[in-house]
Design a protein around this ligand. Structure first.
Ligand SMILES: C[S@@+](CC[C@H](N)C(=O)[O-])C[C@H]1O[C@@H](n2cnc3c(N)ncnc32)[C@H](O)[C@@H]1O
Length: 242
């Protein structure tokens, strides 16, 4: 059977701001596996390849039953965690993105709130390597995969996550527009043994800022995973509820 050539598209990743020749004229050094902001499965990722490796064994070691990503953006990490959920059938995955649509498809009020919340609008943007068109299909066919176009600081989001934290061993990954506020809000839901991690550690969120939250909600740095995350330059810091 001859395949339909019309299926092939060139729109994906075509935005002028995206470098399409990252390694065309250079050899890839091993250390580049620690570079944050590479492409993974064709999708944009605000993570490094080393962070994916870290997530794989963090999840496997802890056998979580419920994983939540706050802030999906282009969705490479979301697609990875969603596929792991569906392949292993061992956990339910929720990802949250308040600004899934490209700017040109939103009205003025959305642009205003995007500024307030630091939103990207990349989820459905093929030009920006967004995964929305495919992720929605995965969510349709798998009960393990869910995406939500909601503000993580809304009460109904908090209640939905809280309801599920109660019944599942949980891991929450704070990677939205305000990691400190996310850590502070969602730490209070955790049970003993649950985990919560933040991205952009020592860049957007710092030890002196999180210490009062760790003290208030009985969390500790989650070793040895914290050390691995640091050695791999993932910019991730995980915490464990005591
Ligand atoms: C750093 S990016 C997420 C990166 C993604 N987790 C990854 O690994 O590639 C942060 C995302 O959070 C979204 N965001 C910002 N504020 C939010 C909010 N209050 N609720 C939900 N999403 C939010 C932004 O639109 C942006 O796409």
């Amino acid at each position: 059977m001859k395949y339909d050539k019309e299926l092939l598209k060139t729109v994906h990743g075509s935005h002028e701001g995206i470098d399409k020749q990252v390694y065309t004229n250079s050899v890839i050094p091993l250390t580049d596996l620690k570079t944050v902001g590479r492409r993974f499965m064709g999708a944009g990722m605000s993570q490094s390849y080393s962070a994916i490796y870290w997530q794989e064994y963090f999840v496997e070691s802890n056998r979580f039953e419920y994983i939540v990503e706050l802030g999906s953006q282009k969705g490479a990490l979301s697609t990875y965690l969603a596929n792991m959920a569906a392949i292993t059938e061992s956990y339910i995955f929720d990802t949250y993105e308040a600004f899934p649509y490209p700017q040109e498809e939103t009205d003025g009020s959305d642009i205003e709130s995007r500024t307030r919340y630091n939103g990207t609008g990349h989820w459905f943007s093929r030009e920006h390597e967004g995964v929305g068109h495919w992720f929605e299909k995965m969510a349709e066919i798998s009960p393990y995969i869910n995406m939500h176009y909601e503000n993580v600081f809304d009460k109904d989001v908090f209640n939905h996550i809280g309801e599920n934290v109660k019944q599942f061993k949980t891991y929450i990954f704070c990677d939205g527009g305000n990691k400190l506020r996310e850590l502070n809000l969602y730490s209070r839901l955790l049970k003993s043994g649950d985990r919560i991690a933040v991205h952009d550690w020592n860049i957007e969120i710092h030890p002196h800022q999180v210490q009062p939250i760790l003290d208030e909600f009985g969390l500790e740095y989650d070793e040895p995973f914290a050390k691995s995350a640091t050695e791999l330059d993932t910019w991730i810091m995980p915490f464990r509820k005591k």
